[in-house]
Ligand binder design. Structure first.
Ligand code: ATP
Length: 280
């Protein structure tokens, strides 16, 4: 569905994306996980044909992508990182406007809007002004607007950043529903838990490159199952063990405070990037 080879994007001479090779199959929920500045937004902009690469190849639905290919763009929905709604439109007008831009038939638009408003739990707010919506509902509106025209691929750039945990979960439910409709979804996030909950595959990205990619389950196998965290008063040291018994034996030898826990995706991320990412 999406394939890139040696994709590079430089701003001036600085590479923001530095040799990206992706193979994403149809129907996959794919997460690009990485800290600020890793190159996630630049990747999404190139894949969604908004930004031309400096070099490299990109295929979407078996077709080589060049800038401004209308028939490929019609198969793509994009939810950008920053709010991009007309404040003076109502929720309903926002969706109608998008449907018209996508040349949808009026009858089809009406049915699709009703369906999406219900799934996004925005049906009570259909005639509310965008300016009056909460941050979470604005984000949901951007998501359903992006899929109004039934694209095959949805790109989401940090869809839950800055939202509280309850709203974030309701957005996750909406995204799970869209995936069940058969969409291929590519999401960027710096929330590890978001990638773990939603994604079939995760590419961990730093300095413009994917450093490891796999299913969340397989990624976890990359670190030993138990971690002992030892805080020496200034810094936390992490030691990894295959069994709880080994971890416990190690913890008994420590003089400082210790915590024993199961390892998680953050441990995998730190192992590969030596960078901390924000946990939920
Ligand atoms: N228009 C631009 N001009 C110059 N440099 C840019 C531009 N856009 C991004 N960059 C730089 O490219 C690098 C990658 O940025 P990008 O926004 O793709 O990363 P990101 O992983 O999405 O980070 P964030 O989570 O902060 O959005 C960063 O060093 C950034 O400063």
């Amino acid at each position: 569905m999406i394939k890139t080879r040696d994709l590079i994007k430089k701003y001036d001479k600085n590479p923001a994306v530095n040799g990206l090779n992706l193979d994403i199959e149809a129907g996959t929920f794919y997460g690009l996980l990485g800290p600020n500045g890793a190159g996630k937004t630049t990747t999404i902009k190139m894949l969604s044909t908004l930004l031309p690469p400096t070099s490299g190849d990109m295929h979407i639905m078996n077709e080589r992508v060049k800038r401004g290919q209308k028939h490929i763009q019609a198969q793509i929905g994009v939810v950008p990182q920053h709010y991009s709604l007309q404040r003076e439109f109502t929720v309903y007008e926002t969706l109608i406007h998008h449907g018209m831009l996508q040349s949808m038939q009026r009858k089809e638009m009406k049915t699709r809007i009703e369906e999406l408003l219900i799934f996004a739990k925005l049906d009570q707010d259909a005639h509310k002004l965008v300016a009056k919506l909460s941050g979470g509902n604005k984000r949901k509106l951007m998501i359903i607007r992006a899929v109004m025209h039934r694209p095959k691929i949805l790109f989401l750039d940090e869809p839950t950043v800055g939202l509280d945990a309850a709203i974030r979960r309701s957005i996750w439910d909406l995204l799970k529903y869209l995936k069940s409709e058969g969409l291929t979804i590519i999401l960027t996030t710096h929330y590890i838990e978001e990638a773990r909950v939603l994604c079939d595959r995760i590419g961990m990205m730093t300095h413009g490159k994917i450093v490891i990619e796999n299913t969340p389950h397989e990624l976890l196998k990359d670190v030993q199952a138990y971690v002992v965290e030892v805080f020496d008063g200034q810094k936390t040291h992490y030691a990894y063990f295959n069994t709880r018994e080994e971890a416990t034996a190690y913890s008994h030898k420590q003089v400082d405070d210790v915590l024993i826990r199961r390892s998680n995706l953050e441990d995998v991320y730190v192992k590969y990037t030596k960078e901390k990412v924000e946990a939920l």
